[in-house]
Ligand binder design. Structure first.
Ligand code: SF4
Length: 506
């Protein structure tokens, strides 16, 4: 436990490390961004539900490009699964693969490893995970991060559990195995009550599709309807691709159990004030998704408006750092009246070509991915709008490119507050000391980046942009903003045990 559902694809065992298909672009540019977490998708009541899941995962690919997996169930053939490294489009589009994944219930996962093996990933860490219980099989896929996973793993191993992966999510299956409840949803409730941190889970049995959000609702999960079936997805953009209608968000602390009889809503946890991840609005979610009833694109545009009000500057041109800085740059230009232009062009076709770049190519760094529109930039005072500054290495290189192209001045405006604390809820952040804002003030960062000015949106400005007219409620914040404020809504107990120091009370 857990065992893999029989992995029929290409006749390979599900946990065969030889499966590795290292098609991931590893590039210096990617090292200076927070990495998206994972994406989950599930479907029930649809002919060959796996096809819908594959399309949904394709739309969620921005949440994890390292690997993907699908588990399905067919009344005659039982459970089947396929797990692969690389993109969904490269692994789950061929007829030969998809016809091995039949049945009306399926769930899937796209992965960027926020826990478990990183870099040299192993196929055994690729979700969904599967467990065989006395009442039948169940598979789960998890987006988020369990902050007490190491303590749970130690306890479970001491009590006889044999782990097969290094993923925190496997704890859920082992906790379910130890529960004395009679049904799978009830065992999941038992298991998830022991788990701390952030989790949006999709799970399935042969006849049920289950969705759960943690009590704070840190990670998103939505419910959609298509034809006679139901789907669960990390984001609404994945509903659009299959023509599904958005019904509603799964509420923080809610479990839904979907069968052919309909949807049952349960409340397995003690109610708490929600703390959705505010960075989903800034960067992680796709701009064509809807979060909390708000268009992500519109929120990002509004962040630019707030930024222009908070940190105006005399300049000739507003340029986004593509792609995630684009809506905020549009908002900044609109509010400031300064012309908007595509001063930086992104190469859309970075991909496998430079998987293992030579030293010479590696030194080209950001230029492989971004190029300056010299004709537009020359002689201008340029405002660059970016979503965040993590280590600052990319910001420095972009500034150099803009100056090399003949810009008269470079001003950075950042659509998030300074990222000064690591995330422990499913986002890969560098260690605290590697975050530029952890060790430098705004003015020191400006000098370090050697730009004419640098301003970040304030935390209150960000809250206003996401629809909180009065800004942040400091006594009871409406969102998780720990990577900016250092106020963690769930104590990261594993990390504290390893010596991580929380912010001192003010
Ligand atoms: S710490 Fe930051 S990235 Fe992590 S969940 Fe909270 S707001 Fe989101």
């Amino acid at each position: 436990m857990p065992s893999a559902a029989s992995d029929t694809t290409a006749g390979k065992a599900a946990f065969n490390d030889d499966d590795r298909d290292d098609c991931l672009p590893r590039h210096p540019f990617d090292d200076d961004k927070l990495k998206e977490e994972c994406g989950v998708f599930g479907a029930i009541g649809l002919t060959d539900a796996s096809n819908f899941v594959a399309l949904g995962l394709h739309a969620l690919q921005h949440r994890g490009q390292e690997a993907g997996g699908i588990v399905c169930h067919h009344p005659e053939h039982g459970f089947n699964s396929a797990r692969r490294f690389g993109y969904i489009r490269d692994n789950f589009t061929s007829q030969s693969v998809m016809e091995t994944l039949p049945g009306p219930v399926a769930i899937g996962h796209v992965r960027y490893s926020t826990a478990g093996s990183k870099g040299a990933a192993q196929i055994r860490d690729v979700q969904p995970f599967f467990g065989e219980f006395s009442m039948g099989g169940a598979a789960i896929a998890h987006n988020g991060n369990i902050t007490n996973a190491e303590a749970l793993r130690r306890e479970l191993i001491e009590r006889g559990s044999i782990f097969q992966s290094s993923s925190d999510s496997e704890c859920i299956i082992h906790l379910m195995a130890r529960s004395l409840q009679r049904g799978i949803p009830e065992r999941m409730e038992d298991a998830l009550r022991r788990v701390e941190g952030a989790f949006s889970v999709v799970a399935m049995t042969g006849t049920q599709l289950i969705g759960v959000r943690d009590p704070l609702g840190v990670r998103p999960l939505v419910l959609g309807k298509v034809a006679d079936g139901w789907v669960l997805s990390s984001e609404t953009c994945a509903l659009d691709i299959i023509g599904a209608e958005l019904i509603r968000e799964i509420e923080p602390g809610e479990m839904v159990v979907i069968t052919e009889k309909g949807i049952e809503s349960r409340r397995p946890f003690r109610p708490q004030s929600p703390r959705f991840c505010i960075f989903e609005h800034v960067y992680f979610s796709r701009p064509d998704s809807i979060l909390g009833g708000r268009s992500v694109y519109e929120t990002r545009r509004q962040i630019g408006v707030e930024l222009a009000r908070e940190a105006p500057v005399d300049a000739d041109l507003v340029c986004p750092v593509p792609d995630s800085g684009t809506p905020a740059a549009i908002g900044f230009a609109h509010e400031s009246g300064i012309p908007y232009g595509m001063g930086i062009i992104r190469n859309q076709y970075m991909g496998r070509t430079f998987i293992e770049p030579t030293e010479q190519i590696r030194n080209m760094g950001v230029r492989l991915k971004l190029n300056v529109n010299r004709a537009l930039i020359q002689g201008k005072r340029v405002i660059l709008v970016d979503d965040s500054v993590v280590r600052g290495t990319t910001s420095r290189k972009i500034k150099e490119m803009i100056l090399d192209a003949g810009a008269a001045e470079v001003h950075f405006r950042i659509a998030s507050p300074p990222t000064a604390w690591p995330c422990f809820y499913g986002v890969d952040t560098p260690q605290r000391e590697k975050l530029l804002a952890a060790t430098m003030s705004e003015d020191e960062m400006r000098d370090h980046l050697a730009v004419d000015s640098l301003k970040f949106i304030s935390l209150d400005g960000l809250y206003r942009a996401v629809g909180e007219a009065e800004g942040r409620n400091n006594s009871c914040p409406q969102y998780c903003d720990a990577c900016f404020s250092g106020e963690y809504p769930v104590a990261p107990s594993d990390m504290i045990e390893k010596g991580f120091e929380l912010k001192a009370a003010e």
